[in-house]
Design a binder for this molecule. Structure first.
Ligand code: CO
Length: 210
């Protein structure tokens, strides 16, 4: 237990050797820069690694993860990643990926005190309140959680659309925003088909005159 972190360094050595065996120029390619087509906004949950579950390699996905895959319009970290991905890397797709069994969503559905994290989860409580009638009509608690996971993804996709960064990219016809949910019961991703690619997909009050 004391030196369990060494396992990671040893794992890295083996991985590096394996990569070089497969392709002697593998790391040379990575040093030349990155031009990923996708920005992934996902949950910090250790069971939802973006590259692994999509069968992609280093260099293919620009990644931002936080508790419960939230898009909070005052979050400088998220906004910086979003700005850089869209304006500099010119990603073609943003994938907002939630996951069933999300601890953040489940905690937000309860009255449990999670200390400092209450502030972050508060945003999901707003999603709950907005969709209270639909959610409370679902008697099975597991199904209700799953539905809130989906509704939260949809809300965060819309939050992306509410940013000037995304609206400017839409105007240039360069960007699509997608909402997905991953299930670690079967390892499969479901596309919620909430794709947004133009300002008309957004409630009028949130549209900027650009
Ligand atoms: Co989660």
């Amino acid at each position: 237990m004391k030196n369990s972190y060494n396992r990671l360094l040893e794992g890295n050595k083996k991985w590096s050797e394996q990569k070089l065996k497969e392709d002697p120029d593998y790391f040379k390619g990575l040093t030349l820069g990155q031009s990923p087509e996708y920005l992934w906004i996902g949950c910090s949950d250790s069971r939802v690694p973006a590259n692994e579950i999509t069968g992609t390699k280093s260099g293919e996905i620009f990644v931002h993860r936080n508790i419960a895959n939230m898009v909070v319009h005052t979050d400088m970290n998220l906004l910086s990643v979003l700005y850089y991905a869209v304006e500099v890397l010119h990603v073609k797709h943003i994938i907002l990926c939630g996951h069933y069994g999300c601890g953040g969503v489940i905690a937000a559905m309860s009255n449990k005190d999670n200390g400092f994290v209450n502030n972050w989860l508060r945003n999901i409580k707003e999603v709950y309140e907005k969709n209270k009638a639909e959610l409370e009509a679902i008697s099975d608690i597991k199904q209700r959680e799953n539905r809130l996971v989906e509704l939260n993804v949809i809300a965060q996709v819309k939050n992306l659309g509410k940013t000037r960064i995304v609206q400017r990219a839409w105007k240039r016809g360069e960007l699509q925003v997608h909402g997905w949910v991953y299930g670690f019961n079967n390892g499969l991703i479901t596309d919620l088909n909430v794709m947004m690619d133009e300002i008309d997909d957004l409630e009028p009050i949130f549209r900027y005159d650009l």
